[in-house]
Design a protein around this ligand. Structure first.
Ligand code: RFL
Ligand code: PHB
Length: 391
């Protein structure tokens, strides 16, 4: 079946759905094509922290109502090392806060908005392939309910995440990947228990990193540094709680336990594709770059990309001026590399590196001590954590 739209968006994660929403508000047609089912996408547990700009974008585009009701504003965070808690006060240091609100909640709000707008969002698409974008006649092919479709369009937005089809379809020689793979991963759990702390706790412990986060007043989200290929089955609930209580022990933290209802392992990697464009195909979000989650930046960076991209598309559709599209990749990458630096730095500051010498360990602790003890260093951290300017 032959169809047509202005913008074909591959992927219904935060990047693709928000781009579709922004284009809809600007009166530009799009079709969102997603490989997975709606329940899968709506229940995929991932990020939890929204930068203040992202909160503003959701508010300003009519998506903030439930986030304001159910999200948890955090004015600071806690660092735990040497068995002591140290607070980084975002509000006092840089005048902004972050919002703890699960990525899957943002995704649900975006799906609801798209459905209310009556805009096309196609789940369960198979054999998705992109073509023609170098020659100026982009098209997306996919199969749905056994029927083959070709969607012609003016432009393709590759928002299909790190394992999608868009980036691998780019002709060799037109782009370059930069990456770093870390020798560890995170074991993440969700537990039915009230948060053990009012604020997130990032712990540097000689047994490895631990993070105490939350999703609501009754659900805790916690992470433990583990091997990148760690077997989840090897982690009984008792083992998880006993390891968390060791790594999170210190003054002021009393671990609250409860039923664990989700466990998963995420390997850790930094990656950037340059440029984020080839002809009429534009990459955004994890399709173009990923960060280790220590800085809580992945979803936030996806939002930063699609804001830039939607503005560039609006200008092009409205006036025929493609200057925004031509500069999209460079502008997005300029911010992304700063976010990469911050995420890499937070990762090296908090994790245990096998093979690190006692000297390396002392330097790591000295850096943490410096960050919490110097107003300037703490402000630099806070400025990055709450979110660098969007463009
Ligand atoms: P997504 O969310 O991966 O969405 C891509 C979508 O594309 C679909 N897809 C396809 N669709 C059609 N055809 C194909 N061939 C397709 N292939 C794939 C997928 O099914 C999916 O629906 O990418 P997007 O939109 O760029 O969003 C990026 C974020 O999801 C990601 O960066 C964050 O989750 C990273 N992240 C965090 N980010 C934050 O900003 N703050 C955090 O606190 C934070 N914590 C985290 C995180 C990621 C984690 N994991 C599990 C990787 C914590 C963890 C543990
Ligand atoms: C989360 O709540 O999932 C979360 C919070 C902070 C991070 C990473 C993940 O740095």
């Amino acid at each position: 079946m032959q169809e047509r739209t202005q913008v074909a968006i591959i992927g219904a994660g935060p990047a693709g759905l928000l781009l579709g929403h922004l284009l809809h508000l600007a009166g530009i047609e799009s079709v969102v094509i997603e490989a997975r089912s709606r329940p899968y996408v709506e229940n995929r547990v991932r990020a939890g922290v929204l930068e203040h700009h992202v909160v503003d974008v959701l508010d300003q585009t009519g998506l903030g109502e439930r986030m304001r009701r159910e999200g948890l504003p955090h004015e600071g965070t806690q660092f735990l090392f040497g068995a002591k808690l140290h607070r980084i006060d975002f509000q006092a240091l840089v005048g902004h806060s972050v919002m703890v609100y699960g990525q899957h909640e943002v995704v649900r709000d975006l799906i609801a908005a798209r459905q209310a707008a009556g805009a096309p969002l196609l789940f369960d698409c198979e054999d998705v392939a992109v073509a023609g974008y170098e020659a100026g006649s982009p098209a997306v092919r996919y199969v749905r309910d056994g029927q083959a479709h070709t969607l012609d369009c003016d432009l393709i937005a590759g928002c299909d995440g790190f394992h999608g089809v868009c980036r691998p379809s780019l002709p060799p020689g037109t782009w370059r990947g930069f990456d770093r793979v870390y020798p560890f991963g995170w074991l993440g759990i969700l537990a039915e228990a009230p948060p053990s702390s009012d604020e997130l706790v990032y712990a540097n412990h000689e047994r490895g990193f631990a993070l105490l986060s939350m999703r609501s007043p009754t659900v805790q989200r916690m992470y433990l540094q583990c091997a990148p290929d760690e077997d989840v089955e090897a982690w009984s609930d008792d083992r998880v709680w006993s390891e968390l209580s060791r790594r999170l022990s210190g003054d002021g933290v009393t671990l609250r336990t409860g039923r664990i209802f989700q466990k998963s392992v995420t390997p850790m990697r930094s990656f950037v594709a340059e440029p984020m464009q080839c002809g009429r195909l534009f990459l955004a979000g994890d399709a173009a770059h990923i960060v280790p989650p220590t800085g809580a930046k992945g979803m936030n960076s996806a939002v930063a990309d699609v804001l830039l991209l939607s503005r560039a598309i609006e200008r092009w559709v409205g006036t025929g001026d493609d200057v925004g599209l031509a500069s999209y990749s460079a502008a997005a990458l300029r911010r992304i590399w700063k976010v990469q630096r911050f995420s890499w730095w937070m990762t090296t500051l908090f994790h245990r590196f096998d093979g690190a010498s006692d000297f390396d360990r002392r330097v790591q602790l000295a850096e943490l001590d410096y960050v919490v003890g110097s107003r300037e260093a703490a402000a630099a951290l806070a400025e990055n954590y709450v979110g660098l300017p969007l463009s």
